[in-house]
Design a protein around this ligand. Structure first.
Ligand code: ZN
Length: 431
């Protein structure tokens, strides 16, 4: 895959040439244009370094070297790889803020930027994949957003041999199983499986595009009936071979596994390993945590960051001293990438083959220069708020005073707006 080896900001200003116009509505953004010319420079407030500016010959608008860097508009660019590594090492935002000596809101903002970058990078990786020549193991990872009534299943598909992780797909539902707030045995019926069926269909559509023409896609899954439902009316159902491994009844912990259990564990190992890693390395998916995700786009975006980490940074096996990453196994990269390389260049949504369902994850829209668009500023991250299940999370309101009251009112209105956005997004995902 064509990718910078060194971050854009480390290129000497005299050597740097913008590869295209960064403005999305300019013809030179997608196609080869008449080029960009030097247009002065500015001094970076951070280190007084001169950053060259350029002017597009097609649209007449300007940009700078920093426009093409992942660290555009950041006062502390060094925080970005550190936050990425910390998030994948199981730290929550506040813990990271303490160790990196920055505000926790900075970590939240950077996490959002990293998530957008991961979504675009995953789209680039999937566009560059060779034709699918292995079976794909699929299962849902169960988590929740805000409170346990808002359960969220993340559909995860993993290449059986390469262990390449495909983009996760959310299936928001009401939650089933035993919960302290529900009387025993009143688990929600499987009527809610519509969310799973929709999510499986979306994943199937993407995987079928990667399978070579005229060949069948082998999908390995557990015994969930939603796979058969998703395939029933699917126009390309004939191209999918479903290998179901129902979860067998197991004895008490430590008892020997039955033959069926061994076969199921062997077939589902790639996706089981990913789910263990998600629980182990992501603070928001740990059991009984107060670091749970506050909004669906944030949780799914973080899942994309884990996906990119698993594909490009981390070796395939946790036990063996084999440093081969899934991307290396598929011939996309030649070596494991450090975080600095993952963040070596900025990706632009207009230039990537992005599935429609991934677009809402890109968050606030920014201009190529990095300044948030005025209309988008209202969609700032969810402030900590009173959760439906009674958890009080985050900072309480400061002591009295007119200012504090005004601030609290502003937060409440932003929180209402965000909740209504999340609701509409959930219905959009399920639609
Ligand atoms: Zn232009």
């Amino acid at each position: 895959m064509k990718w910078r080896t060194k971050p854009v900001e480390t290129v000497r200003p005299s050597r740097f040439r913008p590869p295209f116009c960064p403005w999305p509505d300019c013809p030179a953004h997608h196609h080869r244009g008449r080029g960009l010319i030097r247009y002065g420079s500015y001094s970076r407030a951070l280190d007084r370094r001169r950053v060259p500016r350029f002017r597009c010959r097609d649209c007449g608008r300007t940009c700078s070297q920093q426009t093409f860097s992942c660290t555009y508009f950041l006062k502390r660019p060094g925080l970005l790889p550190a936050v990425a590594a910390g998030l994948q090492a199981g730290s929550a935002h506040r813990q990271l803020a303490r160790s990196l000596r920055c505000a926790k809101t900075s970590v939240t903002r950077l996490a959002r930027r990293l998530a957008s970058h991961a979504v675009l990078l995953q789209a680039r990786l999937e566009a560059e994949l060779p034709p699918l020549a292995e079976s794909v193991v699929h299962d849902h990872f169960e988590s929740f957003v805000g409170c346990q009534q808002q359960a969220l299943a993340l559909g995860t598909a993993v290449g059986a041999r390469s262990r390449f992780v495909f983009g996760p797909d959310p299936a928001p539902h009401r939650g089933s199983g035993r919960r302290p707030d529900q009387p025993d045995g009143s688990a929600a019926p499987w009527a809610e499986s519509a969310a799973y069926v929709t999510s499986i269909r979306r994943s199937l559509d993407r995987l079928l595009r990667l399978a070579p023409e005229g060949q069948r896609l082998v999908l390995v899954a557990d015994g969930r009936s939603d796979y058969r439902t998703a395939l029933k009316d699917h126009p390309a159902a004939k191209r999918v071979e479903l290998k179901a491994h129902p979860n067998p009844i197991r004895g008490p912990k430590g008892s020997p596994r039955s033959k069926e259990a061994i076969a199921r564990d062997r077939a589902m190992a790639p996706v089981d390993q990913l789910h263990q890693l998600l629980r182990h390395t992501c603070a928001e998916h740990k059991r009984e945590t107060i670091a749970f995700g506050r909004s669906q786009p944030a949780v799914v975006g973080r899942a994309f960051l884990t996906t990119v980490w698993k594909n490009l940074v981390k070796g395939r096996s946790e036990r063996r001293p084999d440093r081969t990453t899934p991307a290396m196994a598929l011939g996309l990269t030649a070596a494991p990438w450090p975080w600095e390389r993952v963040l070596a260049q900025r990706l632009f949504p207009g230039r990537e083959a992005l599935p429609d369902s991934w677009r809402p994850l890109l968050g606030t829209r920014t201009s190529p220069e990095g300044r948030p668009a005025a209309a988008a500023s209202a969609a700032e991250p969810a402030p900590p708020h009173q959760q439906a299940c009674g958890h009080r999370v985050g900072r309480g309101d400061q002591a009295g005073g007119v200012r504090a009251a005004a601030r609290s009112a502003r937060r409440a209105s932003a929180s209402r707006a965000i909740r209504s956005i999340s609701r509409s997004k959930i219905s959009a995902w399920n639609g």
